[in-house]
Design a protein. Structure first.
Ligand code: SF4
Length: 304
């Protein structure tokens, strides 16, 4: 047996350990279908769902594997996750298995009280709305999608109208960096429970180029100082190119928490880094998690 085959067999044989280190959060792109057309969007957007996206059965199996991988927070995203007709079933199953489950939305006319209420009844924990600036000029200008800001504010009101907690997710790029302080105020005024700040841009990546490392680092330090002084949690995801303090395995630290992204076709990568880790159609999720926690030498074996 080759070294690679032996090592993979050894990895596959590892039993899940209660309390074993796992991802803090899993972001699952349940579909790439979306009616909007933000420019540039890093998702290759489709009008209709891809025939290759994980089926309902595969999705339920993935959720079951997440339960055995430390019960991470599950964030359903897209595309527009509301374009997936079985989203309520996915939410209900994750909720029943004890996973805190949220969805990430860019507001659209699809964000109706009826649909949001259905998801709340299924066990949805919160909706995180993508808001990249405190005004339509900044948000719509960044996305080059007129109307997006208004739909998003409308969606926030819909969720709050039925008592569903909200969060805000903001992409920090050269186009939005000057609005970060104003956004911090706005997140508080909106009554959001958390603020996900993603450097480099999610889902719109690298619009207007990269922040310089000193600018990136200064903004992260300012946000970290804000933590605890505001009545919402701030979660920071640095850009892949930003090298901040890291822990021994080189991947997970307060600056670089272990967050995994599952694409609509099951491919897994480390969130916001592009580091490929395998595919849930090929490997059990706990094996992928172990691969994520391993240093580069093991990664080379898995990927060779
Ligand atoms: S950024 Fe989001 S809302 Fe805009 S086109 Fe891409 S997936 Fe759709």
């Amino acid at each position: 047996m080759s070294y690679k085959a032996a090592r993979l067999a050894q990895l596959a044989a590892v039993k899940e350990q209660p309390g074993a280190p796992g991802p803090e959060r899993v972001i699952w792109q349940i579909t790439r279908a979306c009616d909007l057309c933000c420019q540039p969007c890093r998702t290759r957007i489709l009008d209709t769902p891809s025939p290759n996206e994980l089926s309902l059965e595969e999705g339920l199996n993935l959720i079951e594997q997440l339960r055995r991988s430390g019960q991470p927070e599950l964030q359903l995203t897209g595309g527009d996750p509301l374009k997936r007709t079985d989203i309520a079933l996915l939410v209900m199953y994750a909720h029943r298995l004890g996973l805190p489950v949220g969805i990430t939305l860019s507001g659209t006319p699809r964000t109706t009280p009826r649909l949001v209420g259905l998801l709340q009844a299924a066990g949805l924990n919160h909706i995180t709305f993508c808001l990249d600036g405190p005004t339509a000029d900044v948000h719509d200008g960044f996305r080059r999608q007129p109307g997006s800001y208004g739909w998003t504010i409308d969606g926030i009101r819909v969720a709050q109208g039925i008592g569903l907690p909200i969060g805000i997710e903001t992409s920090v790029t050269p186009a939005t960096i000057d609005s970060v302080d104003a956004m911090a105020d706005m997140v508080g005024r909106l009554g959001a429970r958390h603020w996900q700040v993603t450097f480099g841009g999610r889902p719109v990546r690298n619009a207007g180029g990269k922040l310089s490392p000193p600018t990136h680092g200064d903004a992260m330090e300012r946000l970290a100082a804000l933590q605890g002084t505001v009545n919402y949690r701030i979660r920071i995801t640095p850009a892949a190119y930003f090298v901040g303090p890291r822990q021994g395995n080189g991947h997970a630290s307060p600056w670089h928490p272990l967050e995994l992204f599952v694409a609509d076709n099951g491919a897994v990568e480390q969130w916001n880094s592009g580091r490929s880790l395998g595919n849930v159609r090929v490997d059990p999720f706990p094996v992928i998690v172990r691969r994520a926690l391993q240093p580069a030498a093991e990664e080379a074996v898995a990927g060779s």
